[in-house]
Structures are given as structure tokens and as C-alpha cells.
Write a protein that binds this ligand. Structure first.
Ligand SMILES: [Ca+2]
Ligand SMILES: [Cu+2]
Length: 401
């Protein structure tokens, strides 16, 4: 476990929005009401738009292997001759068809019983939420319980831009981001064009800027494109979009139990898909955040934003990036408590019968121990079914026989 021996305290960066605690002490304390993750809680925004000369705008385009340098770099989403504009109903043939695939590389997992969640707690006796390298009790990570799942097949990787593009081209599906005409872009990445189209910031997670024109095909806003990253995970897809893709492709979203069983890769109770040490000998095993969230990302693991879906070694089941890179939608409705009820199902559980948000698992390139720490396997998050961000995607599963 990587821990910094630094005294606690608030480090305030130039910032026009709400106070953002940036702490590196071994025990990070939050007000109990503010133990938020890196995700916006919904599509609700607040505040006035940040100005175009916001100090963080200069960080634009770090990482992402060269794309996102703005409108002059490529035609991006508007009139691009390469057919990557993603506009519904637009069907072109082009060199990009070399990426054409509707194939999912699936791994069959046997039926089994595994230990789901963690019983490690992180709320102190005084009721103050704190991080001590263990689970977030308020998220419903615990208690650990034995859960049985039937055999199923799961994709080795998250759904890629190339795969999602095939879906859009075949169906003309209008994503929630396209329908609502905006999506949440992480503040470092907003394109110059996008900076003039920022309508607000997410409530409580002000590093998410609501950018008009941002979508799966323009992840950093107008002027950006996924043309050079067909093998990156698709983002800015809502739960609704993911479900529509699955219907088209003849697959489905994993239940939360299936997702966690798969993520563990056969390791009982480990913190991560590869074991209990986040890094070993300086080697990174996943794409998360290094530095001080949300202002300085050193990208020590090689990526400031998304990484290609087959980056880093797969887990024991041959599955890539079950931790980090992008959050992955699960089929279940969200509840922090239902699974702990005495009569909660333990045999192929499918979550609550109804709810207001859907489960997200796995963490993302924005997760950091000092703020979110939700790249652990047991960690959970959620969002409303129409929410879209630059760090939420999905992977698919299929039934056997
Ligand atoms: Ca990273
Ligand atoms: Cu996070």
C-alpha cells in the first residue's frame, strides 16, 4: 500500500467553485455528508459556468496520445471524412471500417460461490467518515457474504469506441448525451471550442463541466474525436445507451454479483484484481490518478485519460481493467442496504426490484486514494440511468447455452 506521511490539512488550489479537500494524510477525513466519489451524482448542475480563461483550461489535452489538440488537429465530429462523427443515421464506408467489429471476446466463467463485498469498515466511532485503506461502509460494500452465480460468459474488455460505433451506424441510436445535447467532461480535457459551451458544473463534483456537444464521439467536446482511439473504452454512454447496445448485440449487462465475481479473477477477498498491493516495485497494474486530485495528474501510470482496453495485465480470468480506466455500468438498481437484509437473495442476486439509480463498478482514471479510493474490487458507485460522463462505460456478458 502506498501511503504518504504528510500532515493533514486542506490544500486550496486556485478554484472558483466549492472547496475541494486535497489531503494526503494516511487517514483522510471527510464530513460524513461529503464522502463523494469522483462521479457526478446525476445530471443536475449548479454554479455559473467557469470562465474560458479558467486556470485549468491550460491542462487541456494531457494524455490521450495526441488527440484532442483542438479543431485544427482534425475535423473531429463535424463533417469528418472518416465517418467517426457518430451522428445518428450517418452511414459511410471509409478506412475506419478496418476497425469494424461486432465481435465480443468472451470468456466463459464456471458457476461458483464467492465472497462478495468486504466487511472492513471506514466510519470512525465519532461518525466521521475516514479512509484507512478499507471499505466505504456508507456505500454498502459490506458485509462480506457468500454469493453464488451461474455460469456465464463475460467480455475480456470494456466495449470500445469501434464496437459502439458499429452499433450507432447500424441502428441510428440517439444516445442520451446526443438527445440532451451535453455531457460531463473532466475539466482538464475540455477542448477550446468546448470552453465556450460550458453550461455549469456538477453539484458537489465541480471538476465535471457540462459541455454542450460532448458525446461518445466527441469525448472532450466539440473539436475532439475518437478517430485515433478505436480501442479505447467508449465513454459518455448512459445506462440506457448501454442497455440499447446490449439489445442490439444480443448480450446483456452483468449483474453486480457477476461483475464482482469476474473482477476477483479467482482471488478470495483481494483488494484488487491482481492482489492486495496497489503497486509493486513501482509497477502500475491499472489506470487511476496519481498526483493531487482534482488539479494535478502526473499520469505516472502512463495515462491521464482513458487507456486502450487491453492495457495492463489481465486478471486470473483473463479480463482486462476490472479496476480503473472507466466505471462500468451493471444491470442492477442501486441500493446501499438491500443486499444486507436478512432475506436478501444469495443465489444469482439481481439487486433491488426498483430504484432511482443504476450500479457502477470498477473505478476510473480519476480515482485516487486521497479522494475516492473506489478502484478496489469491493467498491461501489451509482448514477442515474441517463447520466453520461467521460469516465463511465460498460462491458457485456452473455448467457451460456
Ligand atoms: Ca492514470
Ligand atoms: Cu473514483
Amino acid at each position: 500500500m502506498y501511503l504518504l506521511d504528510v500532515t493533514s490539512g486542506h490544500t486550496r488550489q486556485p478554484w472558483s467553485g466549492p472547496s475541494i479537500p486535497v489531503q494526503t494524510h494516511v487517514v483522510v477525513r471527510y464530513p460524513a455528508c461529503a464522502m463523494v466519489g469522483c462521479c457526478p451524482g446525476s445530471r443536475a448542475t449548479s454554479d455559473t459556468p467557469p470562465s474560458a480563461d479558467h486556470p485549468f483550461a491550460k491542462h487541456f489535452a494531457i494524455g490521450h496520445d495526441g488527440e484532442g489538440k483542438g479543431a485544427t488537429d482534425h475535423a473531429g465530429g463535424d463533417g469528418s471524412p472518416d465517418g467517426w462523427d457518430g451522428r445518428p443515421g450517418v452511414r459511410r464506408t471509409s478506412p475506419a471500417d478496418a476497425y469494424r467489429t461486432t465481435h465480443h471476446d468472451l470468456v466463459v466463467l464456471p458457476a461458483d460461490t464467492f465472497r462478495m463485498g468486504t466487511s472492513e469498515r471506514s466510519v470512525s466511532q465519532s461518525g466521521v467518515a475516514e479512509w484507512s485503506g478499507t471499505g466505504f461502509e456508507a456505500d454498502g460494500e459490506g458485509p462480506a457474504r457468500d454469493v453464488t452465480v451461474a455460469s456465464f460468459a463475460i467480455a475480456r474488455t470494456a466495449v470500445t469506441n469501434a464496437q459502439f460505433r458499429e452499433f450507432i451506424r447500424a441502428t441510428g441510436h440517439v444516445t442520451d448525451a446526443d438527445r440532451l445535447k451535453w455531457s460531463y467532461v473532466f475539466h482538464h480535457f475540455v477542448t477550446p471550442e468546448g470552453l465556450t459551451r460550458v453550461d455549469g458544473r456538477a453539484n458537489g463534483t465541480a471538476w465535471w463541466w457540462a459541455v454542450r456537444g460532448a458525446s461518445w464521439s466527441r469525448p472532450e467536446g466539440p473539436g475532439s474525436s475518437v478517430r485515433t482511439r478505436p480501442d479505447h473504452p467508449v465513454v459518455h454512454v448512459s445506462w440506457n445507451d448501454a442497455a440499447a447496445y446490449c439489445e442490439w448485440a444480443g448480450v446483456r449487462l452483468p449483474t453486480e454479483a457477476e461483475w464482482e465475481y469476474a473482477a476477483r479473477g479467482g482471488l478470495d477477498g483481494a483488494s484488487y484484481p491482481w492482489g492486495d498491493d496497489l503497486t509493486r516495485d513501482g509497477t502500475h497494474h491499472c489506470n487511476i490518478w496519481q498526483g493531487e486530485f482534482p488539479h494535478r495528474n502526473t499520469a505516472e501510470d502512463g495515462y491521464a485519460g482513458t487507456a486502450p482496453v487491453r492495457t495492463f495485465a489481465p486478471n486470473g480470468y483473463g479480463l482486462f481493467q476490472m479496476s480503473g480506466n472507466t466505471w462500468e455500468w451493471c444491470a442492477d438498481w442501486w441500493s446501499a442496504t438491500d443486499h444486507a437484509l436478512p432475506d436478501a437473495p444469495r443465489d444469482n442476486p439481481t439487486g433491488p426490484a426498483t430504484g432511482t439509480a443504476r450500479v457502477l463498478r470498477g473505478g476510473s482514471y480519476l480515482c485516487h486514494a486521497s479522494y475516492c479510493n473506489r478502484y478496489r474490487i469491493a467498491a461501489r458507485s451509482s448514477n442515474t440511468a441517463d447520466s453520461t460522463t467521460g469516465h463511465m462505460g460498460f462491458r457485456v456478458v452473455a448467457d451460456i447455452g
